[in-house]
Design a protein around this ligand. Sequence first.
Ligand code: AMP
Ligand code: GLY
Length: 313
Amino acid sequence: MKVLIVGGGGREHAIAVSMKKSRRVEQIYCVPGNAGIAGIAECNPSIGVMEFDKIISYAREKAVDLVFVAPDDPLVGGLVDALQAAGFRTFGPDQKAAVLEGSKAFSKDLMKKYHIPTAAYETFDASEEALRYLETARMPIVLKADGLALGKGVLICNTLEEARAGVKEIMEDKHFGSAGNRMVVEEFMTGREVSVLSFVDGRTIKPMTSAQDHKRAKDGDQGLNTGGMGNFSPSPFYTEEVDAFCKKYIYQPTVDAMAAEGRPFKGVIFFGLMLTPEGPKVLEYNARFGDPEAQVVLCRMKNDIMDVVDACI
Ligand code: AMP
Ligand code: GLY
């Protein structure tokens, strides 16, 4: 089959390499792609991931059989819905389901409603309320812009002063744009972080192997959070016991919760987990392969990726 990948990072390169190994794939296209991907796929660098009409025209022109939407912005923006409406078999969550990543307030409310373990939190629409709440909150505390912020919209504040400055940055100065119209304030958790990526078909979930990334900039973890600067797989801290707990209390319950909310999730759910002293808890959900996680996980996958992608759709 002919496949189109939407995206242009290391993640999309890892997806392209996996597809190249598939016995079912004869030609790979990628928009916009990158120099590495161009070695194994036909790229069109003039088409951006948010140019839905151009992507659909390109998919038609190349007569592709399947489209794989990899990055968060087009997923949350509804590219899967647009491609499906145009008649393309498309891998990735539709807009209704991608809100799992697109709104931290949504995902926190979902976890609370369905008793999925996560940090305690409050949501705020106005900075005055947030500031009032912080006066009596225990430090350190975590501030999160509600919307997409390239993995950077999270501030860990050690003092009340830092937290006040953080509220100003997110909600008043709009450092992360409209992502900061709402803000989640969350209990600070300690422990080892692990990422688990999983394939989901709306009802069934098949987790892949674990991965662990290097989050914070600067030596000694002194800098701000980044979207992840390096990765390895598997995580030695992700034991069989942890895996059994997560399958029972986190993975399947999340899939069931999304279905129960009328938002069945098809695609990849990325579970960002913290292995706290009280057990594993969800830090965040992503509605896609992570980058750099995809780069260390996909190369270890033994199945033909297209069999799995096809089964999910
Ligand atoms: P997120 O985008 O929500 O995963 O947050 C980015 C990073 O911030 C995470 O990978 C953690 O390193 C850190 N973080 C987020 N929430 C918390 C929390 N409640 N407690 C401690 N660290 C957190
Ligand atoms: N590495 C984390 C992410 O892709 O969001």
